[in-house]
Design a protein around this ligand. Structure first.
Ligand code: SIN
Ligand code: FE2
Length: 221
């Protein structure tokens, strides 16, 4: 066997190490990047949800979202009949969102740096909870003030199919399997790409049971 067999393969990407996969321009998945911190993340989520319980938000069109959500950080993403926005207060309690735990902020910063986005300092973390059958339809993340910062999205619990499309809603999305501990990062040329989650399959995860949790880190303000 000679090395020319491999001549047509892309160069391995030095950013993110050998467990990274490009999924689009400026977009990649870091396999297992959060694994060693998964139980610390789970414990932190339990504390956050004790202060700011998961809830099903209503879309501007009046539909109840099947994904349950809460937030931590100085800004939280919320939706109601009047639209989508970032709010420093939890509308259910009138209090600020729980602070972003250090383990969250550090993981997000390290993952962004490994994907080629150094200096990421998120001020918002949306926590999504999916039960089997739950989906998140194709959308753009576009309520953030500064679109230079990437999105960092951490998957925990049951595996999901991440739909990663293009700049137009009609662009056919790639189907990317996201397992427990995987992190997707998109920014730069793909910052406004459409994305979503296909209906979650049944399952029972050893750490989280019949659930998927997702942490989406953003620089929102
Ligand atoms: C999101 O698009 O905000 C979350 C996607 C996911 O749950 O992986
Ligand atoms: Fe999103």
């Amino acid at each position: 066997m000679t090395l020319d067999l491999f001549d047509n393969l892309p160069e391995p990407d030095s950013r993110g190490g050998d467990r990274s996969e490009a999924i689009g321009p400026g977009a990649m998945v870091l396999r297992g990047f959060a694994l060693s911190r998964a139980s610390a993340l789970r414990d932190a989520i339990e504390q956050i949800q004790a202060e700011a319980p998961f809830r099903h938000l209503v879309t501007p069109g009046g539909f109840r979202m099947s994904v349950a959500m809460t937030n931590c950080g100085t800004l939280g993403w919320v939706s109601d009949e009047s639209g989508y926005r970032y709010d420093p207060l939890d509308p259910d309690s009138g209090r600020p969102w729980p602070a972003m735990p250090a383990v969250f902020a550090e993981l997000a910063r390290e993952a962004a740096a490994a994907a080629g986005y150094p200096g990421f300092a998120p001020d918002a973390c949306l926590i999504n909870r999916y039960a089997p059958g739950t989906r998140l339809s194709l959308h753009q993340d576009r309520n953030e003030r500064d679109l230079r910062a990437p999105i960092v999205s951490v998957s925990l619990g049951l595996p999901a199919v991440f739909l990663f499309g293009g700049a137009r809603r009609a662009d056919r999305p790639a189907r990317v399997r996201m397992a427990h501990g995987d992190i997707a990062i998109w920014g730069g040329p793909s910052r406004l790409f459409y994305h979503g989650i296909a209906p979650l399959s049944d399952g029972d995860h050893p750490l989280l049971g019949p659930l998927r949790l997702n942490l989406t880190f953003r620089k929102a303000g």
